[in-house]
Design a protein around this ligand. Structure first.
Ligand code: UDP
Ligand code: MG
Length: 187
């Protein structure tokens, strides 16, 4: 049940000076930082982190959002998805991100819940996206600004494995005991 998960403090979070605030939340929860680095990724790396097939899902959501807000578009679902994905790649490469591997019991689920819903306008207060962002993914798509939601967190066990291996070499992941570990885990 002890898992590792990847988080990224995205370019908006770093530029807004939220690194310490965000890491503090995870530390206080008892999630152990076992890997950490600041990286300004290039497009090729960004395309590995956010594979192009994501464009298909983005297309459907973007088209639904356009209809919901009574907007018009001459673009197809495929074109809309590709544009949203392109905006995401531009956003994630615009300045450095802080990549962190967190470890803890059910770390993937714990961290996803603390991160909040993808679209900040639907993210609950108390979550990172809910407390530090307010735009919607449809606003980001329509304005071409990239989905600025402060953090990334691995979505599943498979994603966490793939993403940690992409961002970190095995020797960059550390093992140590935290002073409060007995109290947070009982061991
Ligand atoms: N994203 C976007 N438009 C969308 C959906 C997602 O720009 O319609 C961006 C946003 O930054 C999000 C990332 O793409 O965090 C990855 O999308 P995913 O659906 O995996 O959301 P997450 O797992 O980050 O909550
Ligand atoms: Mg995801």
């Amino acid at each position: 049940m002890i898992e590792k998960t990847l988080i990224l403090i995205k370019p908006d979070g770093v530029q807004r000076g939220l690194v310490g605030e965000i890491l503090g939340r995870f530390e206080r929860k008892g999630m152990k930082i076992v890997g950490m680095k600041m990286v300004h990724i290039n497009r090729e790396f960004a395309e590995e982190h956010y594979p192009k097939d994501m464009a298909k899902l983005f297309g459907k959501k973007t088209l639904e959002g356009i209809k919901e807000f009574g907007l018009n578009t001459a673009k197809s679902e495929k074109e809309l998805g590709e544009k949203t994905w392109e905006d995401l790649i531009n956003f994630i490469t615009e300045s450095p991100v802080v990549a962190v591997v967190l470890e803890g019991v059910h770390a993937i689920k714990n961290v996803r819940i603390m991160t909040g819903s993808t679209s900040p306008h639907e993210a609950s207060p108390g979550t990172i996206r809910g407390d530090y962002a307010h735009v919607s993914m449809i606003y980001s798509s329509v304005t071409g600004t990239g989905g600025r939601n402060v953090v990334h967190a691995s979505g599943s066990v498979e994603d966490a494995k793939r993403e940690i291996a992409l961002w970190f070499k095995p020797e960059e992941i550390h093992e140590y005991k935290r002073a409060d570990e007995f109290h947070t885990t009982g061991r």
